[in-house]
Structures are given as C-alpha cells and as structure tokens.
Design a protein around this ligand. Structure first.
Ligand code: SF4
Length: 502
C-alpha cells in the first residue's frame, strides 16, 4: 500500500519537527539525499562536509533504531534523488519542512509540478519565526535588531518580569559585553565540549571526500553532529563557560581560538538543537546565579540576531547586492596566501585548522577587512560560505552582504562596521605581536586596517554623510591633514593584499 514519504533535508535533522508531525514509525518512509552536486559544487571547508554529511548519516541511523524505514541515498542532485525515490517506492505524497534557502524552496515548487504526487511543504524547522513574520511583528516599522529583539523577548516571555519589564532592568547589556581581553596568554575559560578526535565516521568521511575542492586542512570537528552531542555541548557551555561569555564575547586573543564561545551554531543550523531550547536553557541559568550580562548577551544572539538574520534572508533578494560598487578580490591571505597582519593570520589559521572563527573575528576582522578593501560582495560571500563549518545560505547572505559589507546600502544595519586598527588593539592582543602599528595610517609600519579605514570613509563620504550615525567619524576624517598620503597608501595596501604581501 502506498505510504507518504517524509523528505528530510540535511539541515532538518529533528524527528519532532513539522514534517514528522502526525506520523509514527511504520506509517511513513523517510527520504534523505546526499546530493553530489551540493557536496561538490562549492569548495566547502572540509570540516563542513564532515559535519553535515556525518550528521545526516548519524540521524538516519537513529531513525532506523527508532523503527523508521529510511531511504538514505546518494544522487547526482536532490531532484534526481527525489525522482528516483518516487520511481522506486511510489509514495502517495511527499512531506517536507519549509527549506531554509531560496534554492531549496524553488526546488520543492518545481517538484510539486513535476511529481505525480502532491508535495506538502510544512513550517520551517529550526527557527522560532516563519519567513515574513518579522514584518508582521514589527507592524510596518523599519526592521532594526533592537526593536525586533525586544518584540521576541516579549513574545517568548524570556527574561521578562511579570510586569513586562526586562529582567535586570535593561533590554540589552551590550555595553557590558565589550571587555578587552585580559593580559594573560589566554582567557582561561574551562575547555568547551569537543567531539572525540578519533571518531571513526569523521575519519571515514575525511577519506571519502579527499580530493574534492575544499578549503582547510581540517581534521578537527568542533561542533556537535548528533542531538545527544549537542545537548552535552549545551550543558557544558551553560555550566562552565557561560559566566565568562558575557564580558568577553567581543574579545579576541592570539592563543585562544575558543574563548568563551558555545559552538552551538552548527547543531542549531542542522536542527539537532532547537534555538528555543537553547535560549530557554540559558535564560534558566539566571536562577543558578549566572550573571545577567552573560545570560542576556547569549539570549540576544539566539532569539535576537539569529532570528533577525533569518528574517532578513527572506525579506529581500540578496543576489547582486553591491551598494558600494566594490570590485576588489578577496585578500590573497585568505586564499592560501600569506600576510604579516597578525589579526588576519589568526583568523585564517582558524579557518584552515577547523573551519571556524568566532563571531567577532568574522565581523570585525574578516568582514571589516573586506568592507574597507572594497571586496566584491559576491566573492566575499562565496569565500565565507567555503570557509566556515556553520555557513548555511540563509546565515551568510544577510551577515556577509548586509551586516559586514553594507552591500544593501544600510537596509539591515544602521551603519557600516568600519573600524581602524585602534578597535583591534582595544579588543584583542593581536597588535602586540604584529609588525604594524595600529596608530599609523601611513608610512612603512602603517596598519593596513587603519589606512583602509580612513580611505573607506574618504571614498564613500557622499553615501556616509547621509547617515547621522557617521557624523562623528566624518568629522574626525575632516580633521586629518594627510588624506592625499592616505589615498596613496591605501592604493598600495590594496595591491599588497591582492598579492599576499600585506
Ligand atoms: Fe591587525 Fe593592524 Fe593590529 Fe596588526 S596592527 S594586528 S594589522 S589591527
């Protein structure tokens, strides 16, 4: 007798998700597809393949152990896999949760026309809001993160007192999340949960994918690949690392790639761990004495930033966004070349070793360097997607194009994340072991960040002058009497970045 097929995409690994609702093991078959096209088309970071394909295979095993019949198949494309499955098993309908990408959604629509059976697209899995819901919540107001985040807190009743006031008296403790790193060699946080280094499936996958175009030498998975692993990672974070997360969440250190971060983005993006569960667990830590700036700072990342980025992914088509008409290539140091810029070296080493840099390295080192250099947004996006283990399409488009590169002209963020070396010096210890001087914009030891910062303000002054939040920066620019020298230096810095000689 024909039965439904639940089609589980690679980032929908939740047996309690919307696609499974109403079915028990034995009542529907589960289809999972390893698309060769998806695996091979991009030079993914090696550890992203290990994480995603490994998580899919482990999830299939778990479903089978729970009594489900699972068709986990390899196919040239997702569409080919679905068609082959339908030819073989003749389901009476195909049920799938709303894909997390525009390409995935378009595919479900094409299949809906091509297949002889109905394709039922249910709610997305892995998010608190649905596509389009951000605008409904904001009732016509221009989306800004602070407004949206407050609405989310009220809606979920998270960190909200009985009288509707924010717990701790503030909606955001952002000002207390910006402590510079200590003078010590590392932060001294307890180590994060990490998977076993000799996991046999990880080793087999590295072998299986050897030879594919990829970035990163890899060999070190840092994110959970099963729901059980994700729970352990969450508990380890809450019980041992959350307290230190708040004050130092924006700090960077030469010898501490993990700092106090949680490493939960990967499992959340695969729906091994629901964002609501993470936010509620962290909020609950207040009762155990966790500091409010840590708890609120982390909850803000999950129900604020993560959902805001998800909302923006669906709010506009990001293809072709290039409001600042940037046309430079990705810096050679990030394409296998070298650099003497210590801050960039450390981030590039993180990508190479484990496909991971933490959020402030991504935004304020890698993103700001590309913003100020004028890297082509499409190239920057391709690089970020190829470099990080948690680089889902919906995350990277708004984060790279809207937040880091201002390629949407300021729709998503109210001002560009431009910064000189002074910011890096304040928030990291990188500058201490760098041959460049963050205070200098010109001369043989000029910091490339500082040179490019002033040149960026100078180059885009007409656009930036329309933004009141840039007024102070532009007044400081006006005080400089060395702009001709900065323009010349910026040209030389750009050439050195292109050549891998910066
Ligand atoms: Fe980076 Fe400039 Fe500091 Fe060197 S001096 S680490 S290039 S910000």
């Amino acid at each position: 007798m024909a039965a439904p097929t639940i089609w589980v995409l690679g980032d929908q690994l939740d047996a309690d998700g919307p696609a499974f609702a109403g079915y028990r093991a034995g009542e529907a078959r589960v289809l999972m597809i390893e698309s060769r096209h998806a695996i091979e088309r991009l030079p993914f970071n090696r550890e992203r393949r290990v994480l995603v394909i490994g998580a899919m295979r482990r999830f299939a095993d778990r479903l089978r152990a729970d009594g489900w019949t699972v068709d986990l198949r390899q196919a040239p494309t997702l569409a080919a896999g679905v068609l082959a499955h339908c030819d073989e098993h003749h389901p009476d309908r195909l049920v799938v949760a709303h894909p997390s990408s525009r390409a995935g959604l378009a595919l479900t629509r094409r299949l809906g026309s091509a297949l002889p059976v109905p394709v039922e697209v249910r709610d997305p899995v892995g998010f608190i809001t649905r596509p389009g819901e951000m605008d409904d919540m904001l009732r016509g107001r221009q989306p800004r993160m602070a407004t949206f985040y407050r609405e989310m807190r009220l809606r979920l009743g998270l960190l909200v007192d009985d009288d509707g006031a924010p717990t701790g008296g503030e909606w955001s403790f952002d000002q207390q999340n910006r402590r510079p790193p200590p003078r010590s060699r590392d932060l001294g946080a307890p180590p994060p949960w990490l998977p076993a280094a000799d996991d046999p499936l990880d080793a087999a996958l590295r072998q299986e994918f050897a030879g594919l175009a990829e970035t990163g030498a890899g060999g070190e998975r840092v994110m959970a690949a099963t729901a059980d692993e994700a729970e352990v990672a969450l508990e380890r974070f809450v019980q041992t690392r959350l307290d230190g997360f708040g004050p130092f969440q924006d700090a960077m250190m030469d010898d501490d790639w993990a700092m106090s971060h949680a490493f939960l983005s990967g499992p959340m993006n695969l729906e091994l761990l629901s964002p609501r569960r993470v936010a509620e667990r962290v909020a609950g830590a207040l009762d155990d004495g966790a500091p409010i700036q840590s708890v609120e700072g982390f909850v803000r990342q999950v129900i604020g930033w993560r959902e805001y980025v998800w909302g923006w992914y669906w709010r506009r088509d990001w293809q072709g966004a290039n409001a600042l008409e940037a046309d430079a290539p990705v810096p050679a140091a990030l394409m296998g070349g070298s650099t003497r810029m210590r801050c960039v070296q450390v981030a590039a080493e993180g990508v190479e070793a484990r496909g991971y840099t933490h959020h402030i390295q991504r935004l304020m080192i890698l993103g700001t360097l590309m913003l100020q250099r004028g890297t082509r947004p499409a190239d920057a996006l391709r690089w970020f997607r190829a470099s990080h283990v948690d680089a889902a399409a919906w995350v990277m488009a708004p984060n790279v194009l809207g937040m880091a590169l201002f390629a949407d002209g300021g729709q998503m963020m109210s001002k560009p994340y431009a910064a000189s070396g002074a910011y890096v010096k304040r928030m990291s210890n990188h500058c201490r072991s760098c041959p460049y001087d963050p205070a200098k914009a010109t001369g043989p030891t000029a910091c490339p960040f500082t040179t490019l910062y002033w040149a960026f303000l100078d180059r885009h002054r007409p656009v930036l002058a329309r933004n009141p939040r840039m007024a102070l920066s532009l007044r400081n620019l006006d005080r400089r009497d060395d702009l001709p020298a900065i323009r010349t230096e910026a040209q030389a810095v750009g050439e050195r970045l292109d050549m891998g000689e910066a």
